[in-house]
Design a protein around this ligand. Sequence first.
Ligand code: HEM
Length: 476
Amino acid sequence: VQSRSRKSSAPVLTSDWFFGYPTALKMFTQYRPMLVEGYAKFNKHAFQVPGIKGWIVFVGRELYDDVRKARDDSLSMPEQVKDTVALEYTIDRAVALDPWHNSVVRKQMTQALGAKFPEIYDEITSAFQDELKLSGKEWKPVYAHDLIIHIVCRASNRLFVGLPLCRDPVYTQISRDFSGTVMFSGFLINLFPTFLKPLVGRWITAAPRARKGFEKFLVPMIKDRWRKEQEMGELWEKDKPSDLLQWVMDASKEHDSTPEDITNRLLGVNFAATHTTSLSFTHVVYWLAARPECASILREDVDEAVAKHGWTKTALGEMHKIDSFIKESLRVTGIGATAMGRKAMKDLTLSDGTFVPKGASVVMNLWGIHHDPTIFPKPLEFDPLRYSRRIEAGESEAGNSLATASGEFLFWGGGSHVCAGRHFASQEMKTMLAVIVSLYEVKFEGLADGVRPKDRWMAYSCIPDMKQRVMFRLRE
Ligand code: HEM
């Protein structure tokens, strides 16, 4: 296992007996306990563990700036991602090598979030109605993740490609399934030696079928928009759609892209956006179902802001309790125990003196930091107003808001690769929570108030119990 990289100088947490294979296997089930143990044993400093691909150096908050500021030629995020999801085979080589569309997500898409809010709000409210189909005062049990992924997929695609495609059952199914396809295909591809990877990617995994499926919808749409641009000239500039597809098409002029290349980039964004948001928000819904007493506090927060500003992005900005509830849900549970995985592209020394050899990984110990009692008093307790109280006490709003990435909130990663869609994802999750508390009552099926089902862990991923159903009913 560790023959792929030499050891770092950090202390070793677990034995590297038998090439570290037993530890690498243990990490499938014991990843989080190992992070907790290492954080305590080495007093928040760096330690290392042998992983499947080589040595992993887990670092604490003191090295956040090292990781954040590192460039891809020393600590590389794309190379680390390559080792896990093999994007060049599951999505496309050109997209993996030059993801220029990420800056369109970061800039044009984020700048449009205020103007696009009414559409996102419309999509979220209508998707809840269509999916829940509630009437009267009956409670309806649903699998929350299944519900949420349908809503997230429609809401995100309203912004990515607009109506009517964001509601197309075939298109949205590909979008919903695609993250799972990429994760599984990437895992499979990475089991093979490099020269076989393209063949495995092409013939054994489901990724090419998903790409073809997306192309059927998007290629004609792109060609049609290009044709209209040619025919309408100036008028097109005024009337053209305002969605991610169009912003990527506009940016593609500098890159000589084909309609297939643009399609792959949209798929790439769907991959980044769908499961991350739906899994995260399922955790939020579980906390709400476990703490029904919070609903009225959150509802007041929504009512007050909406009374002043209507359903707008400005109103959302004033919903500090909604923001805090989500942020605290994601601090306590979240979707993963680590963040900011980077692969060392050369031998380097971190600012605490830790030597990291070429080929090793450096990863932030998110779990340790998010549950550190010196940063978060009573860290294991779910304290929904933890962040809004800090704002009320005079701390900065930006510093405590959900969308802000920091050394104490690693959920969005950090540095030059910090999540490009975090403002949208935050807006989407806040709107969903505000809509839920305004329109519905929520509780777990068959569980007492205050009880939250145990999460399942797969390596570093934290998955809410998918067998537990959540009950919804319309409010009076
Ligand atoms: C709750 C939902 C989400 C979570 C937890 C999440 C988390 C992350 C994380 C941890 C990273 C890597 C950061 C790093 O390593 O420093 C990332 C990157 C990225 N995310 Fe998100 N994300 C979410 C939603 C979205 C959405 C909705 C979009 C697009 C609309 C998006 C687009 C991206 C892109 C394009 C990157 C790559 C940025 C780059 O390499 O420059 N994400 N995200």
